[in-house]
Design a protein around this ligand. Structure first.
Ligand code: 5GP
Ligand code: ZN
Length: 110
């Protein structure tokens, strides 16, 4: 989707700091980190939120968690938090499904 910032990052139209990539998933540093380590785990296929995921995307949903696992192992991170904002009231601002991967000293209020 040309108007979607994450699709544009995936298409390399906008630069991003990529920390991990597979055929289906890209993991980038968040441009405005809310924790000492803040990554975004982003499926390459565009869906707007987890409400938009189809049953046949169950494997893709699982791959988001496996990508988070692989980033944690690669960077030797033992403790982290995964957050999925869904809908405007939750704080979602980019309407392309993604996990926030937060690590370091975390506050409870993200
Ligand atoms: P949301 O608010 O939708 O849960 O999360 C969107 C996240 O994307 C925010 O934490 C925001 O800082 C991040 N973000 C927005 N635009 C960009 C961008 O152009 N590059 C990167 N790396 N992160 C972005
Ligand atoms: Zn998108």
């Amino acid at each position: 989707m040309s108007s979607c910032v994450f699709c544009r990052i995936i298409a390399q139209e906008i630069p991003a700091n990529v920390v991990h990539e597979t055929d289906d998933i890209i993991v980038i540093k968040d441009i405005a980190p809310k924790a000492p380590l803040h990554y975004l785990v982003i499926p390459k296929a565009h869906t707007t939120s987890i409400l938009d995921l189809a049953d046949h995307e169950a494997a893709l949903a699982g791959k988001m968690f496996l990508a988070a696992r692989d980033v944690a192992k690669k960077k030797n991170i033992q403790s982290f938090r995964l957050v999925v904002n869904t809908g405007t009231e939750s704080g979602q601002s980019v309407f392309h499904t993604h996990l926030h991967f937060l690590a370091g000293k975390l506050t409870q209020d993200f």
